[in-house]
Design a protein around this ligand. Sequence first.
Ligand SMILES: Cc1ncc(COP(=O)(O)O)c(C=O)c1O
Length: 518
Amino acid sequence: MRPHVRNVGDHRRNIDGAVPIHHTHAVVIEIEQFHESPRSFGRTVLPRWRVAYLRRTSILRPRRGRAIHTTVTRAQGRCATLPAPSARRGRHSRREEGTLMTNSTTADMTARWAWLREQTPALRNRIYMNCGFQGPMSQPVADAMHAWIDRELSLGPTTREVLEARRQLATRYRELAAQLVGADPDEIAITEHTTRGINVVTGGLSVEADDGVVTSGIEHASGMIPSYFLRERRGADMRIVPLSPEDSPGAMAERFAGVIDARTRLVLVSGVSYSTGQRLPIAELVSLAHRANPGARVLIDGAQTAGHEPIDVHASGVDAYAFPMHKWMCGPGGLGALYIRRDRIAEIDPAAVSGHAAAAWDFAGEFTPERESIQKFELTTVSGVLLAGGVAAIEQYLASGPEAVWERARALNRVAEQRLKRTGVTVISPSSEATRTGLFTFHTPSIPAAALAYHLQQTAGIVCRGVRELDAVRLSLNAYNTEDEIERVAEVVEGALRDGVTPEAQAVAQPAAGAVEP
Ligand SMILES: Cc1ncc(COP(=O)(O)O)c(C=O)c1O
């Protein structure tokens, strides 16, 4: 099959196979689909995700003074030219001309973030620092969703090939979600969001009166309210461990150690707090809980971790981990996943049930519940559009590199800390490297956080949110954000501290009673 390569981005030109690139530009090739034979790339030889991880996004960098001439074959995808940082600085690439580069040198990553920015329309129009609420979608993710809609539009949603493609898409999503958190695909349930995953566990785990349920004082409502309901409905003894952003991982573990005991049935905490932005010592909490009571289960609210920090559920030993696609992953809203350790699946009852929760049944009264398969927690139709977006979002994140994203987010947090401190605000999020993340929160005594967040957006297009519980402004600093953007935030904050915020911003300082913040 002939290769089909489309040019995207600012440097549009028609190319077919050969890609001539001027020396001041690198080329990023985003491969959508391989046309290799199954023998070369089929699942038996090399799993598709591995091919995607290795080859999906590649950066070709030219030698100074020469142009790249290369040919993309056996693949369908797109190609965009980018300024090449190493060429700009006059350094030679140590790479062979035309080599597909898939490792992560600094220059590669700079190009990768530039590519992400170029591919994400909202980042061109706004200073977008709110992926802890919902991340901006890139064009490739949106394209994957559009392509799915087009397929259903032209063929109809239940035509055999469309149904089969959707089944394959669900399998692929499950595989990629598993890879994202270091699990196996048969330990992953497809959900709508983090909160659904949390509810699957809190609703299905047997928690008796006086069983201990331990959580922290920096949890999101999606962790707190299910815990309170375990107290309301089952009479659980709920304990809330107070945590401070200054706490070291050891200090946090010590606080939990004072509360976790042989009666503890469930520990429900965030991997990263949505409010203070601090990282919790998950592996330590797991070993504390399992040592205190082998029957204790640890459920992680991964709303602020997936797509932000590298996750390895097998290494940490957690029992369950719920996460979404729409926050740091920059995927579609309405899609998430739940990991449950293989040997814990049978002990959790599906609270909401469908045909997937039956191992066998008939109309004559015969019924055997499904126990072992994690799909017993899934209900019926899943949107192919969302699955297509979820698959593209995970592939995009894996191509960026989880370690590189994490390092970049934390580096931006350090820049924000140094710069924002000079404006006179009080920094809330941790300044210790052991607990620092990409979430940066700060407080100003003179301006309510909700008003300042509104003002930042209204006057400078800076999208972020206020955390009502701490009266703090929260910046979600993802890998695609820049030092210049942080500088702009600081300037606008300085202006607001000096001149005040707009009257409209003052008016939004008090949110409606009962409003639920994401
Ligand atoms: C820590 C935390 N948990 C849960 C949620 C809710 O996430 P979802 O919409 O995926 O259920 C949020 C949303 O911001 C969050 O920050």
